[in-house]
Design a protein around this ligand. Structure first.
Ligand SMILES: [Zn+2]
Length: 166
């Protein structure tokens, strides 16, 4: 007979078949257990006892809190070499570094926002200026073309006149 560790297959079968039933400590429901179990709590009571509901609730709350925290930070803050919260928490490229807490000045979020706003404005201004420049250029080009046409026309007229005089 093949042996599994020290227990023979036969012994395993005996062990398996020697399951017994115990009554749930909480509700008294009969639960099948193995022979070595001395007391049992049924799965229903075990679920009721475990604190997963509270755990999930807390984590959802934490997630919400995190979301709110994120909204306070400027976009792309995780890419910052260092980002320091008002409470001194330091993030290095978006990863909290507890060992650096309180070692740096908090990041001036308002200044970043202002700077970005100004930059956006400048970009818009630049675009507008560029548009105006292109328009002006187009008009100049149009005018030049017109002048050229006029000159050509004048020349043709002159030629016609000269030819006519011959
Ligand atoms: Zn129970």
């Amino acid at each position: 007979m093949r042996t599994i560790g020290k227990i023979t297959e036969r012994e395993q079968i005996i062990k398996k078949s020697s399951n017994k039933s115990l009554y749930c400590k909480k509700c008294g429901k009969e639960v099948i257990v193995d022979s070595e179990t001395v007391e049992v709590i049924c799965p229903i009571c075990a679920t009721k006892m475990a604190p997963p509901a509270q755990y999930l609730l807390k984590s959802a709350e934490d997630r919400q809190k995190e979301k709110e925290e994120q909204a306070k930070y400027p976009k792309g803050w995780r890419l910052f070499k260092f980002f320091v919260l008002p409470d001194g928490k330091v993030y290095e490229r978006g990863i909290e570094k507890p060992e650096l807490k309180g070692t740096m000045e908090p990041t001036d979020v308002d200044a970043i926002r202002k700077e970005r706003k100004a930059k956006r404005k400048t970009t818009r201004q630049k675009n507008m200026e560029e548009d105006a420049r292109i328009q002006k250029l187009a008009q100049k080009h149009k005018k030049a073309k017109l002048e050229k046409e006029k000159a050509k026309h004048k020349k043709e007229k002159q030629i016609d006149k000269l030819v006519g005089e011959k």
